[in-house]
Design a protein around this ligand. Structure first.
Ligand code: ADP
Ligand code: ARG
Length: 370
């Protein structure tokens, strides 16, 4: 994945999206639209940024299209290149500040030291499986929103070359989505290994262009280490296994992180850390989650959400973002991805899940007594 050759992707892109560089007027947001885009795209910010493009020719119109088309977005923007974050800072800084609590003067922190993970074991009766991933994109290329078909193929080729260098536990096979039969694809999605297809937020941001070309998944032999290629981000590096052994999952990912960083030059700066397509994933790009069984607590959404908020964790359904729960099982993960190290963010998730399980046990006792 060594993108040290500056010829690759560094040149100015032809405008591959259909968006016009300048909007006639500020887009309207419906009553009840709660996106951070609708909150922070004030008249002033709009005037300042309309007509501006980043180094790869990505315009404000493109940046905000997903949130304009999908008025139920929670965020509503996707960057076009690492440069979008400075070009559109008057809008993106405010979104980042509200979502992560991270200020424009803050510096990114990183710490992958597994020995600092002091987790007591969580009860496997409640913890179905643990997954931790980090998002990365190559330096010198535009992000998936603005990448050309040819550049996307280059990213995939560089990735395939790098995967051949994996050893030991990380050894595995790359499966291109274009060559995958529908049944295998369906099964990999159902088993929580593979990304879904046809996300409307990604679609409106230009992230599904040329699908399935250039997309794929690397899977190690024991299906505990995976890498998504060219989905929302160019790379989602994932460690996962059944049960609640967070330390084992984090340890595997930490090891992979060291190896991958040696062979790839990722888009990164000292303020934003790793650059991602969506501002929710900047910094560590790390989302640590456990599928937890909470049938009683989830009947009381107010208490459930209060515990989540207190511990800075998010509640998702069992098939990932924008999905529903099944059988009282929820995906609980750290909400923030920057301003805290990887070790600290995994602790956010641990603390949230621990408190939720304690509450569930308390509710079980009450249910038996009454
Ligand atoms: P990401 O933030 O990595 O894009 P998504 O919410 O899109 O994650 O979920 C991607 C897939 O990973 C989905 O199939 C989801 O069910 C699965 N997943 C997430 N957390 C876990 C977990 N702890 N155990 C098993 N699968 C998980
Ligand atoms: N764009 C979507 C929204 O604003 C998703 C945001 C966060 N999730 C993500 N996968 N980037 O609601």
């Amino acid at each position: 994945m060594g993108c040290n050759n500056s010829r690759q992707g560094e040149t100015h892109n032809p405008n591959t999206n259909t968006q016009k560089p300048r909007l006639q007027k500020k887009p309207e947001f419906q009553n009840g639209c709660k996106s951070l885009l609708s909150k922070y795209l004030t008249d002033d910010v709009f005037q300042q940024l309309n007509g501006v493009s980043d180094k790869f020719g990505y315009s404000l119109a493109e940046l905000i299209n997903s949130g304009v088309v999908n008025q139920n977005s929670s965020i509503g923007v996707y960057a076009g290149s690492p440069d979008s974050y400075s070009t559109f800072a008057p809008l993106l800084n405010q979104i980042i500040q509200e979502y992560h609590g991270y200020d424009p003067a803050d510096l990114h922190k990183s710490d992958w030291d597994v020995s600092k993970c002091n987790f007591e074991p969580l009860d496997d009766k409640y913890c179905m499986s643990t997954r931790i991933r980090f998002a990365r994109n190559l330096a010198d290329f535009p992000l998936g929103t603005k990448i050309t078909k040819e550049q996307r193929r280059q990213v995939e080729s560089l990735a395939k070359e790098a995967f051949q260098k994996f050893e030991g536990e990380l050894l595995g096979t790359y499966h291109s989505l274009a060559n995958m039969d529908k049944q295998t694809q369906k099964q990999l999605i159902e088993e929580h290994y593979l990304f879904k297809e046809g996300d409307k937020y990604l679609e409106a941001a230009g992230l599904n262009r040329d699908w399935p070309d250039g997309r794929g998944i690397f899977i190690n032999h024991s299906k505990t280490f995976l890498i998504w290629v060219n989905e929302e981000d160019q790379f989602r590096v994932i460690s996962m296994q059944k049960g609640g052994d967070i330390k084992a999952v984090f340890g595997r990912l930490s090891n992979a992180h060291t190896i991958i960083n040696k062979v790839a030059k990722f888009a990164y700066n000292d303020h934003l850390g790793a650059i991602s397509t969506c501002p929710t994933n900047i910094g560590t790009g790390l989302r640590a989650s456990i599928h937890v069984k909470l049938p009683l607590l989830s009947k009381d959404m107010e208490t459930f959400e209060k515990i989540a908020e207190k511990n800075h964790v998010q509640i998702r359904g069992i098939h990932g973002e924008h999905s529903e729960s099944e059988g009282g099982i929820f995906d609980i993960s750290n909400k923030r991805r920057i301003g805290f190290s990887e070790v600290e963010l995994v602790h956010d998730m641990f603390n949230g899940v621990k408190e939720m399980i304690e509450k569930e046990k308390e509710l079980e006792k009450h249910a038996i007594q009454s």
